[in-house]
Design a protein around this ligand. Sequence first.
Ligand SMILES: NC(=O)c1ccc[n+]([C@@H]2O[C@H](COP(=O)([O-])OP(=O)(O)OC[C@H]3O[C@@H](n4cnc5c(N)ncnc54)[C@H](OP(=O)(O)O)[C@@H]3O)[C@@H](O)[C@H]2O)c1
Length: 212
Amino acid sequence: MLRRPLLRQEGEEKAPARLVDQLADENLAVDVLVNNAGLMEVGDFAKIGLDEHERLVQLNVAVLTSLTRRLLPAMIERGHGRILNLASTSSFQPVPSMALYAASKAFVLSLSEALSEELWGTGVTVTALCPGITKTDMYDRAQGEHPVARKLPGLLLSEVQDVAREGYEACVAGRAVVVPGLPNRLLASAVQLYPRWLVRGVGGLVGRRSTK
Ligand SMILES: NC(=O)c1ccc[n+]([C@@H]2O[C@H](COP(=O)([O-])OP(=O)(O)OC[C@H]3O[C@@H](n4cnc5c(N)ncnc54)[C@H](OP(=O)(O)O)[C@@H]3O)[C@@H](O)[C@H]2O)c1
């Protein structure tokens, strides 16, 4: 498992290489890679510090890409492997006031889906797990920053165990995309059916109201 202290060191962008070197030194083969670590930020893109944006892109996009690229060839060579990438229901539409986070999760979903097709027939599968709002530390922090997060109906809140179980089962089965929970599946499907201007506009209204 990728541990935070490794990524907190100077030269954070080199952490995936160091981790993979350590695994090689200890003769450890990775059969299952779970790219779970992620950062979220809430607020106006122009007001959030550039260093925060860069940390988010580094962790949510660059580290996930680097670990996947470094560990995938050996999985293909062995003819088996599973990669589980943490995307989000925010992967399916732009989210004003969480613009960069949603963009990073759209990247994760797109990359995962493309790879799952590229890897067809190799014995290696890639699964994008797209949870809705889940009761973790990330959600606790969002409640402090985002009034909307405090008013969400219970129906839209997922339990960690349920998300983990659905993600695990989809990963083992080699499914490309899983959205845990019926309400989240309905929402994710709906935003793909409605015109983009409408989805964007509704998101903008909610975002503007919630960050005031
Ligand atoms: N909670 C939600 O509503 C929700 C919804 C959709 C998707 N997700 C995604 O699910 C994943 C897990 O999120 P969570 O809700 O469990 O968030 P969380 O409670 O904030 O946990 C974040 C995880 O990322 C790790 N992490 C943070 N910064 C790191 C760094 N620089 N280097 C290495 N590891 C780092 C943390 O490690 P430590 O344990 O060492 O702190 C922790 O394991 C994320 O990718 C998130 O985007 C969450």
